[in-house]
Design a protein around this ligand. Structure first.
Ligand code: SAM
Length: 197
């Protein structure tokens, strides 16, 4: 039982692209109420409950949200934390094995104002901050999945992602309402930027 239907979007993305492997370290941004983290815990085997094979490696899941996230076996939650806050980044470095994540997930969304353009810009700014987070914690070769609302600045975000990831594509999961502007960027093969280049 998932805490929220949003789980089906991540399941769909992961069934296709297999980002969440047993043993992986995952950071789930905007994790409340915790459905994506439930999917991540199962797939990376962070609770050690994989039935097929007791020898599968155990991964790590760290979820972050401004709101409270009810506890979940196999996940470590930073409730009342802002993903864009450097204090949160420092805590992540301590919680992740070797301070590294293989995958950053973001289903973050600001409180919608109802003004489409303004909400779009806010969410793009939040997504751009994930690139700073990646620079601190994402393993070379790692992946990022981030939700955005389509609009005029999506192209700018895509360009920024393409400057540090070898592969960037737009996804619209079937589980995402057809009439919504919701999209996801899947960015793979992270390569750190060389400062000053
Ligand atoms: N993926 C979640 C799940 O499956 O349960 C649902 C996420 S919900 C659509 C978006 C979440 O992003 C909200 O809980 C909101 O509090 C959170 N959020 C928005 N801005 C944030 C920020 N700056 N830092 C952390 N969380 C944030």
């Amino acid at each position: 039982n998932f805490r929220c239907r949003s789980a089906f979007k991540l399941l769909e993305i992961d069934d296709k692209f297999r980002l969440l492997q047993p043993g992986c370290s995952v950071v789930d941004c905007g994790a409340a109420p915790g459905a994506w983290s439930q999917v991540a815990v199962q797939r990376v085997n962070s609770a050690g409950t994989a039935e097929e094979d007791a020898a599968l490696p155990h991964g790590t899941v760290v979820g972050i949200d401004l709101l409270n996230i009810p506890p979940l076996d196999g996940a470590h939650f930073l409730s009342s934390h802002d993903v864009t806050d450097p204090v949160t980044h420092t805590k992540l470095l301590e919680l992740l094995p070797s301070g590294r994540a293989h995958v950053i997930l973001s289903d973050m969304a600001p409180n919608a104002s109802g003004f489409r353009e303004m909400d779009h810009e806010k969410l793009i700014t939040m997504c751009l901050s994930l690139i700073d987070l990646a620079e601190k914690i994402l393993q070379p070769g790692g992946s990022l999945v981030c939700k955005y609302w389509d609009g005029i600045l999506a192209h700018k975000l895509q360009k920024k992602l393409s400057s540090v990831f070898s592969s960037v594509q737009t996804l619209k999961p079937n589980a995402s309402r057809k009439d919504s502007a919701e999209r996801y960027f899947l960015a793979r093969m992270y390569r750190k930027t060389v400062k000053g280049s």
